[in-house]
Design a protein around this ligand. Structure first.
Ligand code: ATP
Length: 356
């Protein structure tokens, strides 16, 4: 990046084939937007930068696209260091939140734009645009004007226009934020299908944890300019390392405890057994509401509780109990009224000792 301006290594060096960011730092005046960010995305993976507003996601995306200079660090893609390359020479395309389509051109001309500016022969352009429009399921709409398309269709044109350039890396900057909730979940599945079929490395930016879990092979959870945890969606959801990750990816019960034995802790629910030694003398356990057993509690980590609140959510009921409060997610079959006594158990395998 700025330190290495002008450096572009040749393919075939030691760099791995996917995207590798090492030690990226960026300040805006006093504000630290990126604080020593390193990550690796394997070639062909669908990766996501997930985090709240202001955590540095867009800054990192802009550095990868060549639209922003980092203060320090190194980016390699496809085995070569790309810090010195200007945006238009990077094998990287971006789908923006606004789609940035040309409103006066039709679908075909929008998608063909990049190929025409590289003066590709007409028959090649026709073939490649047709292929990519079929991939995003817009075949038949190629002569349609942009303003005659729905939000979801515009999103597909933006995707097709980026993919037709055969980038090594496709960056997606909150591309679904303009869509309503139902369309959004359809488009998420579509995006995942297109990525699998096309095989390009995708890096999505989002603050929506459901979206990240739906589409990604790997999630990087960002917080305060750092990557707080990375891994497969199920790993991050089931084994959060920190309180921030536990709470950002869905509902979590947090239980402060003291260690009293190798695999035993004590706190407001009395003695609890863990399946591994806690890594501290005093700390916090997390357990997801749906992991608390209610119908067939085991004798281990058993609690007798009273229901204080029950909210019907259609496919499940969110129950709050005392002592606690603990949140428990149960199937909607049996109505549970406030005042009901329940026997619960907290399975050791789902009690996660947080590191911070
Ligand atoms: P959002 O989801 O709201 O876009 P984000 O996670 O993408 O947030 P960034 O846009 O990367 O966050 O911003 C990270 C921090 O850097 C924020 O505090 C932001 O205000 C600040 N920032 C970003 N760009 C600039 C800039 N050009 N000048 C000054 N501060 C900036």
């Amino acid at each position: 990046m700025s330190e290495r301006s002008g450096s572009v290594s040749e393919p075939g060096t030691d760099e791995p084939p996917g995207l590798v960011v090492r030690g990226a730092r960026k300040r805006f005046g006093e504000l630290v937007a990126l604080d020593d960010v390193s990550l690796t995305v394997e070639a062909g993976e669908f990766a996501t930068l997930l985090g709240p507003s202001g955590c540095g996601k867009t800054t990192l995306l802009r550095i990868l696209a060549g639209l922003e200079l980092a203060d320090a660090g190194q980016v390699s893609l496809g085995g070569r260091i790309i810090d010195g390359l200007p945006a238009h020479e990077r094998p990287v395309n971006t789908v923006f939140q606004s789609y940035a389509l040309f409103p006066h051109l039709n679908v075909f001309d929008n998608v063909a734009f990049g190929l025409r500016s590289r003066r590709r022969p007409k028959d090649e352009i026709d073939r490649e645009v047709a292929e990519v429009l079929a991939l995003v399921r817009l075949d038949g709409l190629d002569r349609r004007r942009i303003e005659q398309l729905s939000g979801g269709q515009k999103q597909r044109v933006a995707l097709a226009r980026a993919l037709v350039n055969e980038p090594e890396l496709l960056l997606l900057d909150e591309p679904m934020s303009a869509l309503d909730a139902k369309l959004r979940s359809e488009v998420q599945l579509e995006l995942r299908r297109v990525q699998r079929e096309h095989g390009t490395t995708f890096l999505l930016v989002t603050h929506d944890q459901d979206e990240a879990m739906t589409v990604s092979d790997r999630i990087f959870v960002m917080h305060g300019g750092r990557i707080e945890q990375s891994g497969a969606p199920s790993e991050i959801y089931e084994r959060p390392r920190t309180r921030f990750v536990a709470e950002f990816l869905g509902a979590a019960n947090l239980i402060p405890v003291e260690r009293i034995g190798a695999n035993e802790v004590s706190g407001r629910f009395g003695r609890l057994v863990l399946d591994a030694p806690a890594p501290w003398e005093s700390g916090t356990l997390a357990i997801r509401p749906e992991r608390i057993r209610i119908d067939d509690p085991s004798p281990v980590n058993r609690l007798r509780v009273t229901v204080t609140d029950a909210v019907f959510r259609g496919d499940h009921v969110d129950v709050t109990v005392t002592p606690g409060p603990l949140r428990v997610r149960v199937a909607p079959a049996a109505p549970i009224e406030p005042g009901t006594t329940l026997d619960l158990s907290l399975p050791p395998a789902h009690l996660v000792a947080l590191h911070g």
